[in-house]
Design a protein around this ligand. Structure first.
Ligand code: AMP
Length: 362
């Protein structure tokens, strides 16, 4: 089977790496000639709304998928006339807009922060009155890695946040004073079967994911079951096929949904070495209609992102249980250029190895 992937960045690259052993072939579409997936498979270099390029991209494909949620609606529609596009269109529409996403969670009885749509400056004051401060003002579309959002601590912050972000549709959310952030990676096959990886604990800095620990320490069966129930509702409601990630704020034994990603997710990179079947392989199994693979963890994993600069390869590979993934991207400040997963049979050893690695690479 030949799989087309919209976007040729690291997620597409890791999908291809997982798919070759299954006999799959790949083609990427990406506006950048440097897209690192291009090292692994054919790359159509074009804008995502270039209809002629999409016709070239789609030729001979059996299924198309994407590695980011901001695929233009017209592109998904155009593609969908020639080949199945999975996860389905409705998932894209939902995840592209933070308001639609929160409304989806609410309709499915999944707790969220209180929220309000902000289209004009005059919407802001009544929303703040209702939701209270602190609160977070976010752009509804195209925000990622903490971009396009401002925390409002008190009324003095309001005007500046509006000047920074106003002019596009916004959402105001109540600030959740969470204990920690967790995510669940779920998968649903073409036959409707579902599977879930263990909850993952995520640490962000400046809005960017730094460290994921899986299984999330101190998670009991009830919390896992709650996350799975929430995810299963989204999967079924959207008639979903593929990997879906949902990020939650945990407060006590409550999970408050923040956002979803209709694709393989950074907090699931540990599954390459740390689970029986990786999220990348399971995404491909799902969209190609193959049986899903086991999501059981193999021991304990800690994944951390390499941001802005590459470490000394020798130093990393000298640590037992450390697995290096470089994405063939030019280092730039704030740019994710790779990740390292540390795996061990028990959580203590994984933590020790992380400490060794920290000392080795600074
Ligand atoms: P997001 O782009 O929505 O994933 O937000 C990036 C990060 O900002 C999250 O991982 C949280 O650490 C923080 N954040 C976002 N929304 C909220 C909120 N409503 N309450 C508290 N922290 C938030």
């Amino acid at each position: 089977m030949r799989v087309g992937i919209l976007g040729g960045g690291q997620l597409g690259r890791m999908l291809a790496l997982a798919g070759y052993p299954l006999g799959l072939r790949f083609r990427f579409l990406d506006p950048s000639p440097d897209a690192s997936g291009g090292q692994l498979a054919g790359l159509v270099i074009a804008a995502y709304d270039d209809a002629a390029a999409i016709d070239r991209f789609v030729e001979g494909l059996d299924v198309a998928t994407y590695e980011f949620e901001n695929v233009p609606a017209e592109t998904a529609e155009h593609l969908g006339r020639h080949v199945p596009v999975l996860p389905p269109r409705e998932a894209l529409d939902t995840a592209q807009d933070r308001l639609v996403e929160k409304e989806c969670f609410r309709a499915l009885d999944i707790p969220t922060a209180p929220f309000a749509a902000i289209d004009e400056r005059s919407d802001l004051d009544p929303a703040i009155e209702r939701i209270g401060l602190p609160a977070v003002l976010k752009t509804r579309r195209l925000g990622y890695d903490g971009k396009g959002q401002r925390v409002l601590q008190d009324l003095d912050d309001v005007q500046r946040a509006w000047s920074d972000l106003g002019g596009v549709p916004l959402i105001l959310e109540g600030f959740i004073d969470f204990d920690r952030e967790v995510s669940i990676i779920a998968v649903r096959g073409r036959d409707g079967r579902v599977a879930f990886y263990p909850l993952i604990e995520n640490q962000h800095r400046q809005g960017i994911l730094r460290l994921s620990t899986a299984p999330a320490p101190g998670t009991d069966e009830r919390l896992q079951a709650l996350a799975e129930r929430h995810a299963a509702r989204v999967l079924d409601a959207l008639d979903y096929v593929g990997i879906l990630a949902i990020e939650f704020f945990q407060t006590g034994d409550r999970l408050v949904a923040n956002e979803m990603a209709p694709r393989v997710h950074n907090s699931g990179h540990w599954t390459i070495e740390g689970a029986e079947t990786s999220q990348f392989e399971n995404h491909l199994r799902a969209i190609c209609g193959f049986p899903l693979g086991s999501t059981a963890p193999r021991g304990h994993s800690i994944m951390f992102n390499l941001i802005g600069a590459a470490p000394d390869v020798n130093a990393v590979l000298a640590i037992r249980g450390a697995h290096l993934h470089l994405y063939a991207k030019e280092p730039r400040p704030g740019r994710k250029i790779g990740h390292i997963t540390i795996r061990a049979d028990d959580a203590e050893t994984a933590a020790e190895r992380l400490e060794q690695l920290r000392q080795a690479i600074g």
